[in-house]
Unconditional design. Structure first.
Length: 253
């Protein structure tokens, strides 16, 4: 089965009339891998759209296809990232953990987690890492590279982004980011804490439209296939939740 990775993921911010996730992108090995995955997706009854030259240029990739997952979340599979060969200038961060783990993880809202689980594992080839029972249903955490999870499926009434995570190279990066959030008055979604599944030390902040960004350090690597398990707690400690600020549009109340 073709193998997904999440290396060289681009974050593209574009102007929009409404806040939300335009698409989540996953890297595949090459155009042959992409063709095989397209065959599997279309065999599952889901139409795909091949990216135009202009769309590829915006994403700085050689080629990609786009489609909607069973809940309506837009997904893009790409190959051949266009590299600048220049080091990234990060004046406020020592670096990010990327490489064979990709840029981080994303948690998507899905209307039926079992249908979404079957699609992402059975069609796209993700591996189940663990699950967590929530009041609205089961949340699944899935992997496609050594990162403990690259994708999470969260039960919700409609599709969209719940949060995305970036992992910093040093623990001090998390502390300095926490200080910057405090100094800038950015509202906290979850306080500093440590997760039970990926062992990540992290905190969450709200974006202006109400989505969440997780800043973390020290995530677990999965070197080989491992049995799945079910969590009973999301955090070893910390991660105290704060409701969205008044006027936020991205999250359910």
């Amino acid at each position: 089965m073709p193998v997904l990775s999440l290396g060289y993921l681009r974050l593209v911010v574009t102007e929009s009339a409404t806040p939300g996730l335009a698409a989540v992108g996953f890297e595949v090995l090459d155009r042959t891998d992409l063709r095989h995955l397209v065959e599997r997706i279309e065999a599952a009854g889901i139409p795909t759209h091949a990216g135009t030259a202009a769309e590829c240029a915006l994403r700085q990739v050689t080629g990609f296809v786009a489609f909607d997952d069973p809940s309506g979340n837009r997904v893009e599979l790409f190959y051949g990232p266009v590299l600048s060969h220049r080091p990234v200038d990060l004046p406020s961060v020592s670096g990010f953990v990327t490489g064979d783990q990709g840029m981080g993880h994303v948690i998507l809202n899905v209307t039926d987690t079992e249908v979404a689980y079957d699609f992402y594992t059975g069609v796209l080839g993700f591996a189940e890492r663990n699950s967590l029972e929530l009041p609205g249903g089961t949340s699944y955490f899935l992997g496609c590279n050594p990162r403990q999870h690259t994708l999470g499926l969260n039960p919700a009434e409609g599709p969209g982004l719940l949060h995305f995570m970036v992992e910093t190279a040093e623990i001090d990066d998390v502390g300095k980011a926490l200080d910057r959030a405090h100094d800038l008055g950015i509202p906290m979604m979850q306080s500093l804490g440590k997760h039970t599944n990926d062992r990540m030390l992290s905190f969450y902040i709200y974006s202006p439209e109400g989505h969440a960004t997780e800043i973390g350090w020290g995530g677990e690597r999965i070197a080989a296939p491992t049995p799945t398990y079910r969590l009973t707690e999301g955090a070893v400690w910390g991660h105290r939740y704060t409701p969205p600020p008044a006027g936020a549009k991205g999250l359910p109340r």
